[in-house]
Design a protein around this ligand. Structure first.
Ligand code: BGC
Length: 447
């Protein structure tokens, strides 16, 4: 019983650190909107505000294009058919991992040269192209500074990739050179864009109200259409990639601070480290570790994935959050599999579930606050309808995550579901990259 009281105390403490008040939410919205303005005006800002050199699709873009989605350790290459007003279709899809121990390769580590990585990518593209002439759009899920729709110099890796030698290089030049080496010069990389910009394009192609495109997956970021043309090209809106995962005007718990301190990139990507799939498991693990002694849950030390950094994944968190059974049987089964000899009590299972829920709910609320920050800039009088294109495993698979974002946006942000719609476009980064290739092709033809 005494231990159950301590669990309640530990939970209360975590609850205090992980729950946002309406006032805190409102402050984040203000700071976020101010950071957008600062970044666009070249004042110091946690948001990089990188112009994407692409506007809204006309909606009648058509044809067959190649898309490359370079978003993490998995690479995807697709042949996408755009048919104007109709839903885009993926005609071929090739997925491959950048590392495969059985096949004896790993193109993600610091000892990999960027040429070898891009040669590998080019081989995958060449296989899908099958000798055809195609324009290619490249959805690249890392920070890069674009100077035109087809040109982007690399700024920095995030997530798990550490490959050396890309700093400052033009991403599409490198890809084009390696494609030529693979006898696939008929494939021309004409557009390179962040995965959030691609998600925004895919949503805007189908829905004229779309003005935000967001990724809630391993990483986190949101792109948007900037309406004030003084920052973009004179006569049209332009998409911007703010690298919003870098937003840092946030009050952090001691767990966030410790996770950040021990990460590969201390001080960077602070919002991302509180909301993205790459980190949610680790936050849960740290809270459970900290509470285990007081709560009589020392058995946690015997479960390897709970005692090693990064041992717990967001898939585990989703499993805990999604256990709606009365006796928390799914969590029980999970624990039994990890530690067969030590049955966990119902109170202990509830403790695990409650911690997972706290972390996941806070992530959804913070993401909602950032969306409200964008909406405040786009529509301060709250006059229009908006659509937010969203992509990513966390949004699609974490139980209650999508609902949590919408609920916080309504409750704290004052944006009702009738005014802000969420759109999940199937394979949005691939579709968006194809749309970008089509737009680039059109621009080339009219030049
Ligand atoms: C990257 C962004 C990307 C996001 C979502 C972040 O780690 O810095 O460029 O958009 O992940 O994939």
């Amino acid at each position: 019983m005494a231990e159950e009281c301590k669990m309640a105390d530990a939970l209360m403490e975590a609850w205090r650190e992980f729950t946002l008040s309406a006032e805190q939410f409102g402050r984040i919205v203000e700071d976020f909107a101010a950071s957008i303005e600062d970044g666009l005006s070249q004042r110091p800002s946690p948001l990089q505000m990188l112009p994407a050199y692409i506007g809204r699709p006309a909606g009648d873009e058509a044809g067959v294009y190649l898309s490359l989605d370079f978003g993490g350790t998995n690479l995807r290459v697709a042949e996408v058919e755009l048919a104007g007003k109709n839903k885009p279709s993926i005609r071929k899809l090739h997925r491959v991992s950048l590392k495969d121990a059985d096949a004896g390769y790993d193109y993600t580590g610091a000892d990999t040269n960027v040429r070898d990585l891009f040669a590998f990518i080019a081989r995958q593209v060449a296989a899908v192209a099958g000798g055809q002439e195609r324009l290619l759009g490249h959805s690249f899920s890392y920070a890069s500074r674009q100077t035109a729709l087809g040109r982007a110099s690399f700024l920095g890796w995030a997530k798990e990739i550490k490959v050396s030698g890309l700093a400052g290089q033009d991403i599409n030049d490198l890809l084009a050179e390696e494609l030529a080496r693979q006898q696939a010069a008929a494939v021309r990389p004409v557009a390179v864009l962040n995965d959030t910009t691609a998600t925004l394009l895919a949503a805007a192609y189908l829905c004229p109200d779309a003005d935000l495109g967001s990724v809630c997956g391993t990483g986190h970021n949101t792109a948007y259409y900037e309406p004030q043309s003084r920052y973009g090209e004179p006569d049209r809106v332009m998409a911007y990639n703010p690298e919003s995962g870098g937003f840092d005007r946030l009050s952090r718990s001691r767990f966030d601070e410790e996770l950040d301190r021990d990460s590969d990139s201390p001080g960077r990507q602070r919002l991302e480290k509180m909301v993205a799939g790459r980190y949610l498991g680790e936050l849960v693990r740290r809270i459970l570790q900290a509470g285990r002694g007081d709560c009589g849950m020392q058995f946690i030390d015997e479960i390897p994935c709970l005692s090693h950094p990064d041992g717990l994944s967001s898939v585990d968190v989703a499993w805990f959050v999604g256990d709606r059974s009365k006796e928390l049987e799914h969590i029980d089964a999970w624990l039994k599999e990890k530690l067969p000899g030590r049955p966990a009590s119902l109170a202990e299972r509830h403790f695990i579930k409650a911690v997972a829920e706290l972390v996941a709910e806070r992530a959804a609320t913070l993401v909602a606050a950032s969306y409200a920050g964008f909406l405040r800039r786009l529509d301060p009088q709250r006059r229009r309808r908006h659509a937010i294109g969203v992509n990513g495993s966390l949004y699609e698979k974490m139980p209650g995550f999508a609902e949590g974002i919408q609920a916080a946006l309504t409750r704290f942000g004052g944006w009702p579901a009738t005014q802000v719609e969420f759109l999940v476009v199937e394979e949005a980064p691939l579709v968006g990259a194809a749309i970008a290739a089509a737009i680039a092709g059109r621009e080339e033809a009219t030049r």
